[in-house]
Design a protein around this ligand. Structure first.
Ligand SMILES: [Zn+2]
Length: 207
């Protein structure tokens, strides 16, 4: 093998390696609201942007709410905007247990049979049916999906390696969309279990 061939091979290996690295976004507890639920909780107010999220068009708002269960409550739960067609509360299993709510693990929007929690602000309160722990998933563009050789809704296996822990997550759902940016979403329970810190990346395990 000559120098040029060696260089080409090294570049190919690095590119393949980089291609397989998936940035991790840890989702803290949050809530999505319909326009009408937002108006009950914040009468006369507009939802305002605190910070954009990595997925285009999505943002953390300045407004927060309190989630109330039978055994306790969680304060300062941030609203993620913009408004949606259905309100949805996303907690970790640990947090849900602490406030006395038994939540199923679901993909976003799959809310049939999910429990109802009370959501409160200083201005009002509303009962929202749709409390879940989000099923872990990977946002990606259609191009990413093609590069990874995966398809919408496919369950894949992913490894996360940190200095002190190596973890494999199975049953991670692929969510390609033309406007999505490559990012794996896990909740705080999963992040702690895998010792995920800043700049942690996941790798797709090819089978
Ligand atoms: Zn997500």
């Amino acid at each position: 093998m000559n120098d040029a061939e060696l260089r080409a091979l090294i570049i190919k290996i690095i590119e393949e390696e980089m291609q397989q690295s998936i940035p991790i976004g840890v989702s803290n507890h949050h809530i999505h609201l319909t326009q009408s639920d937002f108006e009950i909780l914040f009468p006369g107010q507009e939802m305002t942007v605190k910070a954009p999220l990595k997925q285009p068009g999505e943002f953390a708002s300045n407004q927060t709410v309190t989630i109330v269960g039978s055994k306790g409550e969680i304060k300062n739960v941030r609203i993620l905007g913009p408004c949606r067609k259905h309100s949805q509360v996303e907690l970790s299993k640990t947090e849900a247990r602490q406030i006395g709510v038994n939540i199923p693990i679901r993909m976003s929007g799959d809310l049939e049979g999910t429990p109802t929690v009370t959501v409160r602000t200083e201005f009002g309160q509303v009962a929202i049916q749709g409390a879940i722990a989000a099923k872990r998933h990977i946002h990606m563009s259609d191009k990413d999906a093609e590069n990874f050789g995966v398809t919408k809704g496919q369950a894949v296996k992913v490894s996360i390696e940190t200095e002190e822990r190596k973890t494999i997550f199975d049953d991670v759902i692929v969510r390609p969309d033309p406007k999505f940016v490559l990012e794996m979403h896990i909740d705080t329970d999963e992040a702690n279990a895998a010792n995920v810190g800043k700049n942690a990346v996941a790798k797709l395990i090819k089978e």
